[in-house]
Structure formats: C-alpha cells, structure tokens
Design a protein. Sequence first.
Length: 161
Amino acid sequence: MKHVLFLCTGNYYRSRYAEEVFNFLAPQTCPDWTALSRGVAVDLGSGNIGPISRAAAQALRARGLAFDRETARLPRQVAVEDLDAADHIVALKLAEHMPLIQARFAAWTDKAAPGRIEYWHIHDIDYAPPEVALPQIEAHVADLLTRLAAPRPADQFAVTR
C-alpha cells in the first residue's frame, strides 16, 4: 500500500478534509493508495476546538461520508518518520507551509529530493470560507488521484496551481 501525506498547519481543517475525501475516492481509482494527514505546527492551532473543524465534518457528511466528529481522532503533529514514510506529500498552501516545513524540519528538507512535497494553494478559513476552500480541495484531490493512477516522474508533482 502506498501513502499520501496531507499537511496543513493544525491538522484540523484542510488536511483532515483532504485525507477523508482521498480515502473515500481512492478505492475506485487508486486502490493501492491511502492517505493520512498531519499538522506542520499543531501548536499554532490554539483556537481549534475538538478533533476536526465543524465545517469540514459537516461537508464530509453532506458528501455522503460516514464521519462522526465526536469519535474522530485529535489533530496530530507531523514527525520526520511521517515524512520519510510517505510515498507522496501534499502541503495545502505553498506560502503558508513551505516556510514552516523548512523552519521546523530543516535537516529533513536539506536531504529531501527536490519536488518531494507537492504544494497546493488552498487558503485557510480566515481567507476563504469553506464553501470556497473545500470544493477546491476536492478538485485537487480528484486531480491527484488521476495523476497517481497514471504515475509520472516525481518532478511533475512539485507545484499545482
């Protein structure tokens, strides 16, 4: 089984949503792939209450996923082991996450192959409401699944606009 690692700041909204949508859709298009998600800076998410944002949980249920916010796991901080174990890494926003990853995982980024992380451009809830951001995540996840089903060289995953 291959693994996609979705990263956002707090592992509370964007990366969690991407993980759930990916795992819901993957069995049809990429049955050999699964996803997990982590936060690059979970400590910065002091305003995050509960395991996942209410907006993400509501959107998942509206999409037909059997998702229970009350039993969902709490946000998790990414570790070097997570980065090393992932077959493909997606950070949800280049401008936000690249500096955090470089600052907090300098030794890892120094030795990582160029293009090891694919960066998207999905704003957090303070810049884009869920009705804008979550459909963007769904579209990017669908595109990623299409690309993973027909693998290309790793350098073509570097940045998606």
